[in-house]
Design a protein around this ligand. Structure first.
Ligand code: ATP
Ligand code: MG
Ligand code: MG
Length: 406
């Protein structure tokens, strides 16, 4: 029965000896964006204290956190000061000061996942090298240091060629596509030049993009969430369908590769594995995130244990919860800024207004102070009895939008 998932307080593992609630450990989260906010929501349910470190006074997690330290998660002194106040350190963004995390770990600070994992993941090229050493299937890749190198890569991998910045990438910022050799130099310039640290990937002719959330507990137990399909708009995650409509064999392959990839990394927490499905039924790994992920937002409404609750359970050392779906189907729709300022808020509110009258729909608004084009402002999850049903509900939510603006 579901009651078996009610978890006893943890024993041993260096955690507090006397535990009156689920955990006395104060969880420190580097970053206070929407992922941090949703971690706080899950934490409040279990009365787990979450502190966030974020430079922005009015960041999405700010008002929901047990405490918010205003400061940079990329600044050594600030991260050290923050760590003193927490029982375990975790991240909701991988672009943090990893040298300091490594130093803190040596001093006995508990980081979950481990600093070594953040180091590998925050540099996409290093990440690719790491996974290729662990025999995880990937698009071919190669470092480029100058235009000659880029041309060699183009000759080897052909065009279109995907050029990526090694570091600080998100929402496709940090990616540029060269359609031919002529595009190379402008693509490199668009990414800030070779000094920024670039590499190329062979174009992956995918038929679908899939993602798997994998959770690992402090006892090294691993659970995988159902495979989902992610649909991107201009490199930004836009729609997630759960479960993915792919054959059982593909789901198994995707789950095996995701679980194998995460087994090669150290530490507890949830991880997202982004995958490509090719026409000939191959699965290639795109990238991993060492934290809750946009492809797992739907789990709040559609799974027995959300990715946020799961991440907290994992990092404080509680047993992992059930990742399986409690609804037959779910669709997550990202509310991306469609315009700047008031005009953008108005458009978002039109969609939200319609969502509020759709059965099975739940609105999440991140309360970001500024509206910007392409910015993730919120999301809507629709759950229902079948994928056809939730797709129809999404259609009606969006098609009204077209007739409204006509
Ligand atoms: P995220 O917001 O997920 O962190 P990101 O900025 O790290 O995004 P990637 O995940 O590297 O960017 O790429 C964004 C999208 O670009 C992918 O989801 C996919 O649609 C496309 N893409 C990335 N790499 C390739 C490739 N080698 N071939 C074809 N398309 C690709
Ligand atoms: Mg990324
Ligand atoms: Mg990505």
């Amino acid at each position: 029965s579901r009651d078996s998932h009610v978890t006893p307080p943890p024993g041993g593992d260096g955690l507090a000896a006397v535990v009156h609630g689920l955990s006395e450990t104060i969880v420190g989260v580097l970053g206070g964006g929407q992922l941090g906010r949703m971690l706080c929501q899950a934490a409040s349910q279990m009365a787990i204290k979450v502190m966030v470190l974020d430079p922005q006074e009015s960041c999405p997690a700010s008002r929901l956190a047990y405490d918010h330290m205003v400061g940079s998660f990329d600044d050594s002194a600030t991260v050290q000061e923050f760590a003193k106040r927490c029982g375990v350190l975790t991240v909701e963004i991988e672009h943090v000061d990893v040298e300091t995390l490594e130093k803190l770990e040596q001093q006995g600070v508990d980081c979950q996942p481990k600093a070594s994992t953040i180091r590998i993941i925050q540099d996409k090229y290093l990440q690719k090298v790491h996974f290729s050493r662990h025999d995880i299937p990937l698009p071919e890749f190669m470092q480029i240091d100058d235009l000659e190198g880029a041309k060699r890569a183009g000759n080897l991998f052909d065009y279109p060629l995907m050029i990526k910045s090694k570091r600080l990438a998100y929402d496709g910022r940090g990616n540029a596509v060269a359609k031919s050799e002529h595009d190379l130099s402008s693509a490199v310039t668009a990414l800030g030049g070779f000094d920024r640290g670039l590499y190329v990937e062979k174009w992956a002719p995918f038929v679908k993009e899939l993602a798997v959330i994998v959770a690992r507990g402090r006892d090294n137990s691993i659970v995988c969430y159902p495979v989902v399909e992610t649909i991107h708009k201009e490199n930004i995650c836009h729609i997630v369908k759960a479960p993915a409509n792919v054959p059982w064999k593909i789901r198994k392959l995707a789950t095996d590769i995701a679980s194998r990839a995460i087994s090669s990394l150290e530490g507890a927490g949830v991880f997202a594995v982004e995958l490509f499905l090719t026409e000939d039924d191959q699965i290639l790994l795109n990238e991993v995130a060492p934290r809750p992920h946009n492809s797992g937002h739907h789990t709040i409404e559609s799974c027995y244990t959300s990715q946020y609750e799961q991440h907290l359970r994992a990092v404080v050392g509680l047993p992992l919860g059930d990742p399986s779906m409690k609804t037959p189907a779910a669709i997550m729709y990202n509310l991306l800024g469609e315009d700047e300022g008031e005009a953008g808020f108005h458009l978002a509110h039109q969609v939200i207004g319609r969502a509020l009258s759709i059965p099975g729909a739940t609105v999440h608004w991140y309360d970001k102070p500024d509206m910007r084009k392409q910015r993730k402002m919120g999301h809507i999850t629709i759950v229902g009895p079948s994928m056809g049903n939730v797709e129809k509900a999404l259609d009606s939510m969006l098609n009204d939008k077209i007739s409204d603006s006509q």
